[in-house]
Write a protein that binds this ligand. Sequence first.
Ligand code: NAP
Ligand code: 3JM
Length: 354
Amino acid sequence: MSEGYEVAILGATGAVGTRLIQQLEQSTIPVSKIKLLASSRSAGKKLQFKGEDVIVEEAKPESFEGVDIVLASAGGSVSKKLLPEAVKRGAVCVDNTSAFRMDPDVPLVVPEVNEKALYNHHGIIANPNCSTIQMMVALEPIRKVFGLKQIIVSTYQAASGAGQSALNELYSEAQDYLDGKEMSADIFPTKGDKEHYPLAFNLLPQIDVLEDNLYSHEEWKMIHETKKIMLGDMNDPKIKVTATCVRVPVPISHGESIYIEVEDKENATVDAIRKLIDEAPGAVLQDDPEHQVYPQPINATGSRDTFVGRIRPDLENKGSFNMWVVSDNLLKGAAWNTVQIAERLVADDLVEVK
Ligand code: NAP
Ligand code: 3JM
């Protein structure tokens, strides 16, 4: 019997990676050895795991020798290059990037919804996009009881979703604006694109690249990831999904305005939906209009939960509802969902210890 698992965190110095370290420290996974991996820029940097100094190493294929579990969050191209190398060496990888999410051989998992899909893994499990995850936590309890015909979502996504340097850009723009200086933008709306615009005191209706189909890639991800998680097929027409993704000048925690049409229009009521959310794992009902209680990013930040409020009926379409959902995009949207998946893999004996 092994004393624990050797775990590697790929992208350990990033906005998600630093949270992966914290969430792993707080998890039930027994860790016998930790490896913190990043680019050559960070090699030699000192980070801590459970109070002990750990030196960051440059990620290379050989870094995964002897590793049992990889928690990856260093961008899609890094995952595409390195995760097959880790699998070749016998590791199970939970990947935060979009690199493998649509691969039919890769489970795309939100444990509250489709934990069973983990049993079909072939070495890589994909963590969904942050915006998809919190929507799944809020809607799965409703889907299970009343069914879903349609989802229309508009997101209000925090700056940290674009990485640590993007969050720093928001702060420096805000400072420049308050100092009466011109704001300079190098990252938003998305790093690799031609044009850049300030996010501070602004709203940007572009997250990831704009595609020929007129949707942003983030919107495309929300649509197809929802279908794969809830229905098992990224193109299943059973639930109609459409999305508008907007970056807002909030540091951490995404908000989502979600409109749903249920199948069981006779029995679905606001009270019944409130009760389902109140009892759902990972969800917290914050819905008390009389006392102005509703989810807000400043309150959600730092929590693993997804907060749901402002639940109200569409007054002209029976069986349709609006709601407001907020969650920490770096925790449930990324690091916590990843570590939660790893906890389930360990609990269900789906990781082989070397
Ligand atoms: P970030 O703050 O920019 O951090 C990027 C991390 O990747 C850093 O540790 C960086 O190391 C490392 N890295 C960059 N290039 C590398 C390379 N060639 N080899 C090894 N490591 C490399 O970004 P983030 O917000 O943490 O996000 C990281 C990735 O996670 C994103 O690109 C995205 O794919 C994914 N993500 C997923 C979600 C989700 O919803 N599931 C949310 C946010 C992000 P250095 O410090 O050495 O540069
Ligand atoms: C969230 O590879 C990259 O450039 C990362 C882009 C990115 C992604 C992604 O596509 O993996 C940034 C922020 C995500 C995500 O979770 O989909």
